[in-house]
Write a protein that binds this ligand. Structure first.
Ligand SMILES: Nc1ncnc2c1ncn2[C@@H]1O[C@H](COP(=O)(O)OP(=O)(O)O)[C@@H](O)[C@H]1O
Ligand SMILES: [Mg+2]
Length: 250
């Protein structure tokens, strides 16, 4: 579980070494042109293996959201590449990228993004409705992900009846509905108090360990070090050294 590892050995198109789940190489992202251009990323490379928790830390404006959006295929880099399961996102069609986001990557945001008039169970099931999963399979999966996030008892509650931490759990359940290999969480604790934030970080760690889901999360919180395998410090769009953290039991 390192932030960078040797290139995978290829022979006859097959990976001999354990395949990297995600490889990002020399990512750059420029917004705007000319005098108002902003270099949000300046050459970021990282690797992600199954079950790894990678925390991206940095001040506001350091490029965390830009990086996470590019890793998950929501945005394309100006330069560099992202490969997921060996497939280069830059050469995919828009349609293929949409499919990838639906099946391989799950997103969690700071602001939860739940639909207010749906229950926790209905919110968690939204991706399965979009993909037209069969009703029974959908219900089973929804119960499983609500159980994973510890919300079985709140399945019928609407977001307004839940605490911030519980709402974020619903959002995590929704992100897990399609059994993604990668969960991308952009400041998932940003709107939570200290105790609820810690519990969410502990939950993400637990999901990585029990489900083998790889997690990329951003935070400006020092405590993420305790929950991540790797911490990447971003500074003005550049990595200021990554360090391997030793995960502690939450
Ligand atoms: N869509 C955009 N258009 C122009 N500038 C942007 C856009 N998105 C981000 N930026 C700029 O890129 C830099 C990095 O932003 P961001 O990735 O949101 O950082 P963080 O998530 O660490 O706060 C900032 O200077 C921000 O203003
Ligand atoms: Mg951000």
């Amino acid at each position: 579980m390192t932030a960078s590892s040797p290139e995978t050995v290829r022979a006859g198109g097959a990976d001999l070494a354990a395949p990297q789940l995600l490889q990002a190489r020399e990512l750059t992202r420029q917004f705007g042109r000319g005098r108002t251009a902003v270099q949000a990323l300046r050459g970021v490379s990282l690797d992600l293996t199954p079950g790894q928790v990678l925390a991206v830390r940095g001040r506001s404006g350091s490029g965390k959201t830009t990086l996470l959006n590019i890793l998950g295929g929501l945005d394309l880099p100006t330069g560099g590449s992202v490969r997921i399961n060996g497939q280069d996102l830059g050469t995919m069609s828009d349609r293929q990228r949409v499919l990838l986001r639906r099946t391989t990557v799950g997103f969690v945001f700071q602001s939860f993004g739940l639909i207010p008039f749906l229950t926790a169970a209905e919110n968690a099931g939204v991706p399965l409705r979009i993909s037209r999963a069969e009703a029974r399979a959908r219900d089973e999966r929804v119960m499983r992900v609500l159980d994973l996030v510890g919300l079985t008892d709140h399945a019928e509650h609407q977001p307004a009846e839940l605490s911030g931490g519980q709402q974020q759990r619903v959002a995590i359940a929704r992100a897990l509905a399609q059994s993604p290999q990668i969960l991308i969480a952009d400041e998932p604790t940003g709107h939570l108090d200290t105790a609820q934030g810690l519990r969410i970080l502990g939950l993400l760690r637990q999901i990585a360990d029990s489900e083998g889901t790889s997690i990329v999360l951003s935070s400006h919180d020092k405590r993420v070090v305790d929950f991540a395998d790797t911490v990447l410090n971003l500074h003005d769009g550049q990595v200021r050294g990554d360090l391997r953290a030793s995960p502690t039991a939450p």
